[in-house]
Design a protein. Structure first.
Length: 351
């Protein structure tokens, strides 16, 4: 039996890791043992016992309780504590997800102990080295032994950097998660308009920049063709108050929602306006036109397919796109068929 230590540090990583954890507990328990380690990178009061029970996610075996801090401080503390876990557990593999500080800390700690690193969501690139996430994902890819890519573009990105060994195109594990959780939603969770745009706005490059945030708010206020529903991130709410900004009545501001509620809103909406990386993908999963308020995206294939449009924080571009939303005629399964988790475990089982 092979032992896997899995590192997670943020709520979305738990959702992704749960795909693998469920498969191990149900179908691969004779082949794999998993030790789930939560670094505590993101404290989230919504991650209560109810969260784990409703989402059918295993609670972490170990919580390092690192907490917030500077990038250097957090990563250093994680390295020290993860190394202690690895020396005690002596795993066959280290599994990490995505591009957080927890991801790079887990990969570095394992690599220095010569433990093969499994990187899920490998090969993603925004080509913006000012983003801490871009630095984390590049460094993690270059010290990983198994690189599981969600798309052909991700495989190509790795090839351009000279990474050709241990690279597999398995599809996107978030599609696995979305399909699983969608199947559990069997009730009306919100009273929503017949047609509306779902809005998310939380990225620091937008919220912490007065000019960008003002431009985005003005654009959404001026475009009243569709009603909007905006689950508002606490940091965004704080910055709106600081800058004296507010939304018009056609934008319904609600409290932050959980994953089930978010999937429900995505499935029912007419289009999505976001600055989130994950929501861009989920928009594609749900076949919803997406308007992305960022200057770059890791999910370039969604833009090339016509389902996603980058508008940055440009007021004119946002309004123009909102006034002329079109649904592409063609749709391709860019992210696989929802079997990424099983494909990953089959590859590791054969190793």
């Amino acid at each position: 039996m092979k032992k896997i230590v899995t590192i997670v540090g943020a709520r979305p990583q738990f959702v992704k890791a749960a795909v693998i954890s469920r498969l191990i507990s149900r179908e691969y328990k004779d082949q794999f043992q998993e030790v789930l380690v939560h670094t505590g990178q993101h404290y989230d009061e919504n991650m209560s016992d109810v969260f784990f029970r409703e989402m059918r996610i295993p609670e972490p075996d170990i919580n390092l309780e690192i907490g917030s801090g500077s990038h250097g401080k957090m990563t250093g503390q994680m390295l020290e504590k993860i190394e202690e876990v690895l020396l005690h557990e002596k795993p066959d593999f280290m599994m990490v997800y995505g591009d957080t500080n927890s991801t790079i800390a887990g990969a570095l700690a394992a690599s220095k102990l010569h433990i093969p690193v499994i990187h899920i969501e490998a090969g993603l690139r925004s080509f913006n080295m000012k983003m801490p996430e871009e630095q984390n994902r590049i460094l993690t890819d270059h010290i990983s032994s198994f690189l599981f890519c969600p798309t052909d573009t991700a495989v190509e990105n790795l090839g351009k950097e000279g990474i050709n060994q241990g690279v597999y195109r398995t599809g996107d594990i978030m599609l696995d998660a979305s399909l699983f959780y969608r199947s559990l939603i069997n009730e009306e969770l919100f009273d929503v308009p017949e047609k509306y745009m779902l809005i998310t706005l939380h990225r620091a490059e937008n919220t912490d920049d007065r000019e960008r945030l003002t431009s985005i708010v003005n654009a959404l206020n001026r475009s009243s063709k569709l009603k909007g529903i905006l689950p508002l991130h606490p940091r965004t709410r704080k910055m709106l108050a600081l800058y004296g900004l507010s939304f018009e009545d056609h934008i319904q501001v609600i409290d932050p929602v959980g994953y089930f509620q978010m999937l429900y809103l995505e499935e029912k909406c007419s289009c999505i306006v976001t600055d989130s990386g994950g929501v861009q993908k989920e928009a594609y999963f749900f076949k919803k036109p997406c308007i992305t308020m960022r200057d770059q995206t890791e999910w370039v294939e969604t833009v090339e397919s016509g389902w996603n449009t980058l508008v940055g924080a440009n007021e004119t571009k946002i309004i123009e796109k909102l006034e002329n939303i079109d649904v592409p005629e063609s749709y391709t399964d860019l992210y696989g068929s929802g079997t990424a988790g099983r494909d990953i475990l089959e590859i590791l089982r054969r190793y």
